[in-house]
Design a protein around this ligand. Structure first.
Ligand code: ZN
Length: 148
């Protein structure tokens, strides 16, 4: 496992632009504000969505697209570094007009109608950054485990 204490940094709150890509906007925000570690939450609505599902056996994502307006019931994610740049890993729960819920791993291709976010910046102790590396056991880019 990996367990490292972190402390709270800034809290950044705001709204994303209509028509922009949700994941790309969150990533750009982290670049602009130099957030290297943190958590992100958001609610709002999208005009269309694209989410991933990771096939654990095949070690590949497949993507689902949901056309048309959906409410963002919840977006929850974390921010850390990948290749030295801020990387947003977020999952999204969406509601369609008939009340049905869909969701998944947020992917590019999700278009914002309205989005209100809160980012809580976290500061690692002794500047030990959280960086994603390729993990052989899962095929994903994850934070490294510490051998115990
Ligand atoms: Zn994911």
């Amino acid at each position: 496992m990996l367990a490292r204490p972190v402390s709270r940094g800034r809290i950044i709150m705001g709204r994303l632009s209509k028509g922009a890509d949700l994941l790309a906007s969150l990533t750009q925000l982290c670049l602009n504000e130099n957030v290297q570690l943190g958590v992100v939450r958001a609610i709002g609505a999208v005009t269309r969505a694209r989410v991933g599902y990771y096939h654990q056996d095949r070690r590949t994502y497949s993507y689902l697209e949901f056309d048309g307006p959906h409410e963002i019931i919840n977006l929850e994610g974390n921010i850390s570094l990948k290749d030295g740049q801020p990387f947003v890993h977020a999952h999204i729960a969406l509601m369609a007009e008939d009340g049905r819920m869909v969701g998944g791993h947020l992917a590019e291709g999700t278009e914002i109608f309205a989005c209100e976010y809160v980012i809580t910046e976290l500061l690692p102790e002794r500047n030990r950054t959280f960086e994603r590396f390729f993990d052989e056991a899962t095929g994903l880019y994850l934070w490294p485990l510490i051998k115990d």
